[in-house]
Design a protein around this ligand. Structure first.
Ligand code: SAH
Length: 397
């Protein structure tokens, strides 16, 4: 380890012993409570991180407002940030080349998992959808580098920025609207696993679709059978993949705009799927009481545990849903159950499912225990990157 660089252009942030051991253990975040000094460090700047003795731990992006004050981007000293950004983008693109099959939509850059904390870029055919989540990534020079590198390497027809106003507020960034950063194209049709989807760049949740489920759609399609229910179906990702294998498919979501796109997607793929606008909790309760039965049920709810404090309540919520679904499945039926709360570990999730199966008097055989698609990589040293769980199980009795 070298002594802290004296480069005047890169200020230093000192972290506590707890902060430095976290970085030494392989994590890349240091919380504000573990920051010792940030004298004169401007918001969003590139900083050298030093331990309490002044030893350098690497280079990071600093946020003056987020609870995550420091996000490491390199274990080395970095003087040319734009060059590092360009190299990281090239690496992210190259990493995915052997992983991407049967899809024109995938995540090109996934923040910490691509060593570009605060940046998400998704590709939908020839449209790129970008999200900037931190002060440092929002700096004008950084934006210019990102745009020129993405344009040059991927040659998109357009690049749009999806802005989450809440994130900008938390990062104390001035408000800005979602919109085009390059080109003019705002909509397209993309395909994954042979299924086609409408994409409207400035509409929908996330950056458009739940691309992290792409490989889970294909897996679910392998096992789906009979009458299928896709609960929390959004624009129909699972339902459309199940349709070729199942005799009847119903999708439930509380969002009318999502179901309108789901219906257009069904037409695009010449599928006949029933869409129901309802609260999944209420509807499942009614269905369970009225004795409705299915052969395949998908559960893909929004994140229940947004913070660690919500964990117990979240697990109760997951259990209630899974219990209902298990009671509604016919013998031999297939459950595809997901959680995208990163506070719920795979272990927690399987334990919850075991509890639900016990209460439902069902014996479950685990067919597959899955995570996010490979274009959403998880880093072993950063548990937060392994947020998505998808369990496919069949009912024995
Ligand atoms: N399975 C989808 C993604 C689901 S995201 C896919 O693969 O694309 C979670 C969905 O739950 C969102 O579409 C949201 O509109 C819906 N939702 C949130 N609360 C709900 C509720 N109480 N009842 C039904 N749907 C709900």
């Amino acid at each position: 380890m070298s002594k802290t660089s004296s480069s005047p252009a890169v200020p230093t942030v000192k972290v506590s012993p707890r902060g430095s051991s976290r970085l030494k253990d392989g994590h890349v975040w240091v919380y504000r409570s573990d920051i010792v000094s940030t004298d004169g460090v401007p918001p969003g700047s590139l900083v050298t991180v030093a331990d309490h003795r002044g030893q350098s731990l690497g280079t990071a992006l600093y946020s003056s407002s987020s609870q995550i004050a420091v996000r490491l981007i390199s274990r080395e000293l970095v003087n040319d940030f734009p060059a590092l950004l360009r190299r990281r983008i090239a690496d992210a693109i190259a990493y995915r080349e052997p992983l991407i099959h049967d899809t024109s939509a995938y995540r090109v850059i996934f923040s910490e998992a691509d060593f570009l904390p605060g940046l998400i870029v998704d590709r939908y055919g020839d449209i790129l959808s970008m999200q900037i989540l931190t002060q440092a990534m929002d700096a004008e020079t950084v934006r210019e580098t990102l745009l020129s590198e993405l344009t040059e390497r991927l040659q998109p027809a357009s690049i749009i920025e999806r802005v989450d106003p809440r994130v900008r507020q938390l990062e104390e960034l001035s408000p800005r609207p979602s919109g085009l950063l390059h080109g003019e194209k705002l909509s397209t049709i993309f395909s994954m696993n042979g299924v086609q989807f409408h994409f409207a760049a400035l509409e929908g949740q996330k950056t458009g679709a739940f691309l992290d489920q792409r490989e889970n759609y294909a897996a679910a399609a392998q096992y789906g059978r009979g009458e299928a229910l896709d609960v929390f179906c959004y624009q129909g990702g699972f339902a459309l993949h199940l349709a070729p294998r199942c005799s009847r498919v119903t999708g439930i979501d509380s969002s009318r705009p999502a179901l309108e796109v789901a219906d257009q997607n069904a037409a695009l793929n010449h599928r006949d799927i029933e869409w129901i606008e309802a609260s999944a909790f209420d509807l499942l309760k009614d269905y369970a009481h009225s004795g409705q039965r299915y052969d395949t049920i998908v559960l893909d709810p929004p994140a229940f545990a947004k913070t660690k404090r919500d964990l117990d309540a979240a697990l109760r919520g997951y259990k209630e849903l899974n219990l209902r679904a298990l009671k509604m499945l016919r013998p031999g039926g297939v459950l595809v159950t997901c959680s995208c709360s990163y506070h719920v570990t795979q272990g927690d999730f399987l334990e919850m499912l075991a509890d639900a199966a016990r209460d439902a008097h069902r014996s479950l055989r685990l067919t597959e225990v899955r995570g996010a698609a490979k274009d959403h990589p998880a880093l072993l040293s950063i548990p937060e990157t392994a947020y998505l769980k998808c369990v496919i199980a069949s009912i024995n009795t």
